[in-house]
Design a protein around this ligand. Structure first.
Ligand SMILES: Nc1nc2c(ncn2[C@@H]2O[C@H](COP(=O)(O)OP(=O)(O)OP(=O)(O)O)[C@@H](O)[C@H]2O)c(=O)[nH]1
Ligand SMILES: [Mg+2]
Length: 280
């Protein structure tokens, strides 16, 4: 049982700053990782985005198991949430997102006009767990490198307003988690898909979790990529993978640390595609 108290001061601060800016916001884009559409939803988000119109963005759709992830998309849609799936890396098709945003904004402005208020520019808050692709989304929306991106959690450090044009502004925010992640699978899913810094959980535990999940859900991936079809003994598994992937030290002995890095990097670099770890 894990109980991750990885909640650095800047996350609490980010939430406070979001709460302070929320009255300026019209629409919230909540970005999740399509491989963990449940684990990567910020659990206490409602507390500080209030009841602002929201679009749930399933990012990194290129890396997920579409059959399983589509079940989640339908599940959220049935709950009345607007959902858009995106592959920002290869095919950033933003049309549907912009269409939904316009619809949400039109109804904001309708309500304003009833009160005799003028239309206002669209201000969008982008939130999500670390490394979900929030800043990448902003760069695609403005079509330039307006904010830094990177493949580790914690790249964005501050809240940044980014102007698209006179009618459109975006607020980029640092990734956030919640004070206590006390569900085992959520913690390991976040660690597996790089939303929690690597140091927070022991790397061998993360790797063991990944292998166990692949064995349960995607045995073909485990077999084809690593030559493993039996996980009853973890050391044997590491030895097989180490030999297959050249993680050896002098004398042909497998270096387990290198095996861990290989597996973590395979996930991180998207070498393992077509996997979704959350199940409905
Ligand atoms: N394969 C794939 N990679 C993506 C996609 N979107 C973003 N990435 C990659 O994911 C990594 C994280 O992207 P960022 O935009 O920095 O994520 P972020 O949510 O702003 O992260 P923090 O600022 O750390 O919270 C980068 O390496 C991106 O290139 C996608 O749709 N598909
Ligand atoms: Mg960022």
């Amino acid at each position: 049982m894990v109980n991750i108290n990885w909640y650095p001061g800047h996350m609490a601060k980010t939430k406070r700053l979001i709460l302070e800016s929320i009255s300026l916001i019209d629409v919230v884009y909540e970005v999740v990782d399509s491989r963990i559409p449940y684990s990567s939803r910020v659990k206490d988000l409602d507390n500080y985005i209030k009841n602002k119109p929201r679009v749930l963005i399933f990012n990194k759709y290129d890396l997920c198991d579409k059959k399983e992830t589509n079940k989640w998309i339908n599940y959220y849609k049935e709950k009345g949430i607007s959902v858009v799936a995106l592959d920002l890396e290869h095919a950033p098709n933003l049309k549907e997102l912009l269409k939904i945003t316009k619809e949400l904004m039109d109804s904001v402005n309708e309500k304003r006009s009833i009160k005799g208020l003028k239309n206002r520019k669209t201000r969008i808050l982008i939130v999500g767990v670390p490394n979900a692709g929030k800043s990448t989304l902003i760069n695609r929306l403005v079509n330039r490198k307006a904010t830094n991106v990177g493949n580790t959690p914690g790249i964005t450090k501050n809240l940044n307003w980014i102007r698209i044009n006179d009618d459109f502004e975006l607020l980029d925010t640092p990734g956030i988690l919640w004070p206590k992640i006390d569900e085992n699978d959520i913690a390991y899913n976040l660690a597996t898909f790089t939303a929690i810094k690597e140091e927070v959980l022991p790397i061998e535990d993360i790797v063991y979790y990944v292998i166990k999940k692949l064995y349960e859900l995607y045995p073909n991936v485990l077999l084809e990529r690593y030559g493993v079809n039996d996980i009853s003994d973890f050391e044997t598994v590491l030895n097989i993978i180490g030999k297959k992937r050249g993680c050896l030290v002098k004398g042909g002995v497998v270096d387990f640390e290198k095996v861990y890095t290989v597996i973590i990097n395979d996930i991180k670099l998207g070498n393992i595609k077509g996997v979704t770890f959350d199940r409905l």
